[in-house]
Design a protein around this ligand. Structure first.
Ligand SMILES: Cc1cc2nc3c(=O)[nH]c(=O)nc-3n(C[C@H](O)[C@H](O)[C@H](O)COP(=O)(O)OP(=O)(O)OC[C@H]3O[C@@H](n4cnc5c(N)ncnc54)[C@H](O)[C@@H]3O)c2cc1C
Length: 598
């Protein structure tokens, strides 16, 4: 089983050259985020991930969380690790100091969470779910709710869940039935069933707050009648101490493909007198408020794809250097011994593809997080608005492209391992099983593609997309101007951007004229935009690496950065460009056979 080592050099390089960490550190409130401090912090977080979280990854996979006497018991070592996690303040990194946080940019928190997801995805789900809950509460909660729950959430003394899904309401949240009846004292009593609730119960903290979507008795039908409630597991006593147990139960835990340590709960609310809940924000505005949580969690699901991909890439390279089979064409040893499989050119293709995809995912993730920071903290209102538009466009791409690509990278790691990857002993089977859910939860990737095309591309009739593509064109021009080394890469990027321009123009027309046709191209468009954005950012890093090379005595890392970008441009960007016909084909080919005749 391979160890996890945080890829600090690449993380720091990407933070500097893609997220512009030095620029973020000049924004009001982020004065502590100077690169030297952040480097030390990430080194420490990397050690914690390798030494504390990673050794529990296989334990969690084998033991699963279990339901014992109505409560969830997490695998051995998880409670101790959670305590160490909160004592070190890892969950508080990106939250404001007035709520007990460290006041650092979300971008830095995302880098910390990436390492947690690499080391132990199932563990990391619990504290990172609280992140979205904190954001929803801070933006929409009443002062009383914020006073009671924000600091315990930020410091990790309690955790948050998100409770949307019901048996008849999955992607379609308008179908939610959970009922919330006002009690006349400002509180509500909730009753109904929620399914698939991640960490709906656990033994890591004494209390949990559930953010539950429900409808009041006279609410309008559909999504306009949904409200958001905070429902604590333990109610607060008169002096703020833990009081009586609320009326909620874990009915059962799902038996599932991966993330075995993460309990996926069927929750019953209000089987007796009704579960006490408190309105977050205003009645019938719940979906908008929950989207604050969901958008934060969508970035986090993207980082889960990156995290597992990085871990799988590390396992595959380590194995490929050790495992010997056959003689590598052109690299045969003179004494006739077998070659490491890493010397076979086809295995190199797989490893380099994994490496390039992983680094491109990191670029896209850190860019999204940095835009999020700028959207809240930049002193200039126009820049805040521009960054908010960029976040809106990048969120579905980050969620879907990183989760799909992370799963592909985990699958490639299994291929590099051959048969031993398919059996459980190396750990790569777990990476693939764990990664697979990321394309499904937090809004399936099909739903992300619809959101990208029908809402985000439609923003300003394509204006937000065009602004994004203009930035990628600047990166292409810089690469072209940097010398011969990147001229082929710049040309491949130019081809992909031309194709994206055509796809974008076609979609903007189709959205207005024939939305079913626009939706038909949504998934290939998301893939094209994700892959091209990742490639452009990687080429941008290569341009920066060429500039840094003159001043740096050791150029191995910088040379590899350039080589990886060139590989991505030559091998992966043409695949993105080739998606154009599929995007603009419309719905007709998909409607040619009736599902009844499938
Ligand atoms: C392990 C796990 C953990 C989870 N954690 C949570 C949690 O903590 N909280 C929570 O509330 N939920 C959670 N979920 C639920 C998860 O978010 C849903 O499963 C997901 O949103 C999809 O809903 P569904 O399963 O009902 O699928 P469906 O909505 O039935 O979708 C089935 C398929 O149809 C497609 N589809 C559906 N509608 C459309 C449409 N309008 N346009 C195009 N395609 C469409 C989907 O893309 C999908 O491929 C979890 C699920 C799992 C398995």
């Amino acid at each position: 089983m391979s160890e996890y080592t945080a890829p600090l050099a690449d993380m720091l390089f990407t933070l500097e050259h893609v997220a512009d960490l030095p620029g973020l550190a000049t924004l009001p409130g982020f004065e502590d985020a100077d690169p030297e401090f952040v480097t030390g912090l990430l080194e420490e977080a990397g050690r914690f991930a390798s030494e504390v979280l990673s050794p529990l990854n296989a334990v969690g996979d084998q033991q699963h969380s279990r339901l014992v006497d109505g409560g969830v018991v997490t695998p051995d070592g998880f409670a101790r690790a959670y305590q160490a996690y909160t004592e070190a303040g890892w969950g508080a990194v990106g939250h404001p100091t007035q709520h007990g946080g460290a006041g650092l940019p979300q971008t830095v928190a995302v880098a910390v969470h990436e390492m947690g997801a690499s080391a132990n995805l199932a563990f990391s789900l619990c504290p990172t779910l609280s992140d979205g809950g904190i954001e929803a509460l801070a933006q929409h909660g009443s002062p009383e709710l914020c006073d009671t729950y924000l600091e315990p959430l930020v410091t990790g003394r309690i955790t948050a869940t998100m409770d949307l899904t019901e048996p008849q309401a999955g992607s379609d949240l308008a179908a939610i039935r959970t009922l919330a009846t006002p009690q006349g004292d400002g509180s509500y009593r909730l009753s109904g069933q929620k399914i698939f609730i991640t960490y709906g119960d656990h033994d890591l903290t004494d209390n949990i707050v559930h953010l539950v979507l429900a409808r009041t008795p006279d609410a309008p039908a559909g999504s306009r009648g949904i409200s958001l409630f905070l429902v604590p597991k333990q109610l607060a006593g008169p002096n703020g101490e833990l009081g009586q147990r609320n009326d909620m139960n874990v009915v059962s835990l799902e038996n599932k493909l991966g993330i075995h340590a993460s309990p996926t709960c069927v929750m019953a609310y209000g089987e007796n007198e009704g579960a006490v809940g408190y309105l977050v924000g205003e009645e019938n505005q719940g979906l908008r408020q929950m989207f604050t949580m969901m958008n934060r969690e969508r970035i986090i699901v993207g980082l889960q794809g990156l995290g597992v991909g990085e871990r799988a890439y590390q396992a595959a390279t380590e194995y490929a250097r050790e495992r010997r089979q056959g003689r590598a064409l052109g690299l045969e040893a003179s004494d006739g011994t077998a070659s490491p499989i890493a010397d076979h050119v086809d295995v190199r293709r797989t490893l380099l593809t994994m490496r390039a995809q992983t680094e491109a995912m990191r670029c896209l993730l850190y860019l999204s997080a940095a835009e999020m920071d700028r959207s809240f903290h930049h002193p200039d209102a126009d820049e805040r608005a521009r960054a908010a538009d960029a976040v809106a466009l990048l969120t579905p791409i980050t969620k879907a492209w990183l989760s799909d690509t992370g799963t592909q990278v985990a699958s490639a790691a299994m291929q590099v391992h051959g048969g031993v990857g398919y059996v459980e002993e190396t750990g790569v089977a777990q990476y693939l099983r764990d990664a697979r859910i990321t394309s499904i939860y937090e809004g399936t990737n099909g739903i992300q593609a619809m959101d990208l095309v029908l809402r985000k591309v439609a923003m300003g009739e394509g204006a937000v997309l065009r602004a994004h593509l203009a930035k990628l064109r600047d990166m292409q021009a810089d690469a072209d101007a940097s010398g011969d080394e990147l001229s082929d890469a710049a040309r491949c990027l130019g081809d992909a951007l031309d194709a994206l321009d055509r796809a974008g123009d076609w979609l903007v027309q189709a959205i207005a004229r024939e939305p079913r046709s626009a939706a038909a191209g949504a998934t290939p468009f998301l893939e094209m935009l994700g892959s091209t954005t990742g490639g452009a950012l990687l080429i941008h890093c290569a341009t920066a690496a060429i500039k840094c090379r003159g001043a740096d005595a050791s150029t191995t890392f910088l040379d590899a950065k350039v080589a990886t970008a060139r590989f991505y441009a030559a091998q992966l960007l043409p695949r993105a460009t080739a998606l154009l016909p599929s995007i603009i084909a419309g719905a007709e080919p998909l409607d040619a056979i009736d599902p009844g005749d499938f």
